[in-house]
Write a protein that binds this ligand. Structure first.
Ligand code: MET
Ligand SMILES: [Zn+2]
Length: 342
């Protein structure tokens, strides 16, 4: 899909949301779902390891999320980088092919899903780009602390080729996920501009206090960088406990009128050193969807999904809550028109 046919970036998400009935459902945790299916992701490539070892599982998880009601599926490229594949002994060409493969599998899953259905629910494929910290695989995607030696230029050079490849892979948009600091947001924005990337993107940040992004940079500053980049069609928060989301949505809404995307994790915290998820806030799928979605919608969010340790059940619950709301809006309309007729 992309922006072909002269479609304006500014209307990309609003047109999509309209087709979805006002609100869109994203998928849920991807890497953690691969693990639930038995994949061993204790590897610097994390979920991208499955692009090599078990592409069928990647397709399976995409299909599970489509079955659960997702309107956006996010590729397994979060931790897929040319540098990371090269470190594993792949050639540059092989590394690029693996990046493309992440998108091809998601597109294939959408085709399989469409073939099963009578009607075509709108589904976008978002090519995931994880942060430099995710590539480092040392927990710095949750500290946002890259040290003084890492500059906006370093980050642009790190991401450049990968972003170019994903932009030309057939994906509908790029999802810059779990962005831990301001310099990386700046690097993404400058890269999109300099490279003339012609598919839209969303910028999504993570927070561990509900006020700032994980580095301590202000969410308002980060969201403002996203707001001023013309290729950015949505701004939001992912991989953050749901109890922090409401405040963050309100802060983002103050600095942008772009659609807001929200996909919290299960509320557990990832310990980058032990590579374990610890402590659960006890968020249960049904509760998670029922209680919070309404509040986040009121605060201004319009795309909802889940991040790490959420599952197709979470997405099914979100999808149900949103479609109940859509149908109640439709019922109200129907009542209104029958009253007018009387
Ligand atoms: C650490 S956040 C990971 C985001 C990625 N889309 C996933 O669900 O695997
Ligand atoms: Zn996550």
């Amino acid at each position: 899909m992309g922006l072909g046919g002269g479609q304006e970036t500014s209307s990309f998400v609003s047109d999509f949301l309209e087709k979805c009935g006002g609100y869109a459902v994203l998928d849920g945790g991807f890497a953690t779902e691969l693990e639930r299916h038995g994949a061993d992701l204790n590897d610097p490539l994390w979920s991208a390891k499955c692009l090599i070892s078990s592409p069928h599982l990647v397709r399976r998880v995409h299909l599970d999320y489509l079955d659960a009601g997702a309107n956006v599926i996010i590729t397994a490229s979060y931790q897929a980088t040319i540098q990371g594949f090269e470190a594993k002994g792949f050639s540059k060409e092989e590394a690029k092919a693996l990046l493309r493969k992440s998108v091809e599998i998601a597109i294939e899953a959408r085709e399989i899903y469409y073939d099963k259905l009578q009607s075509r629910r709108p589904v976008l494929v978002a090519a995931s780009v994880g942060s430099y910290g995710a590539y480092l695989a040392d927990g710095s995607e949750y500290s946002g602390n890259y040290g003084d030696a890492v500059t906006v230029e370093t980050l642009k050079d790190f991401h450049r080729e990968r972003v170019q490849i994903l932009a030309n892979s057939g994906a509908d948009l790029i999802a810059f996920e779990t962005t831990p600091n301001k310099i990386e947001a700046k690097a993404y924005a400058e890269l999109l501009e300099e490279e003339g990337i012609d598919i839209p993107a969303w910028f999504s940040f993570n927070s561990k206090d509900g006020i700032n992004v994980v580095s301590g940079d202000s969410i308002s500053e980060c969201a403002s960088i996203a707001d001023s980049c013309k290729q950015v069609v949505a701004v939001g928060i992912n991989c953050t406990p749901s109890r922090f989301i409401h405040g963050l949505v309100s802060s983002i809404r103050k600095v942008t009128s772009k659609p807001i995307v929200i996909y919290p994790n299960s509320g557990e915290t990832y310990d980058g050193l032990t590579k374990q998820w610890v402590q659960s806030s006890g968020a249960v799928d049904e509760e998670f969807a029922d209680i919070v979605i309404g509040k986040w919608r009121e605060a201004g969010a319009s795309l909802f999904g889940g991040c790490c340790r959420t599952t197709p059940n979470t997405i099914r619950a979100i999808s149900r809550v949103l479609s109940n709301n859509k149908s109640s809006a439709i019922n109200e309309d129907a009542q209104m028109s029958s009253k007018t007729e009387m």
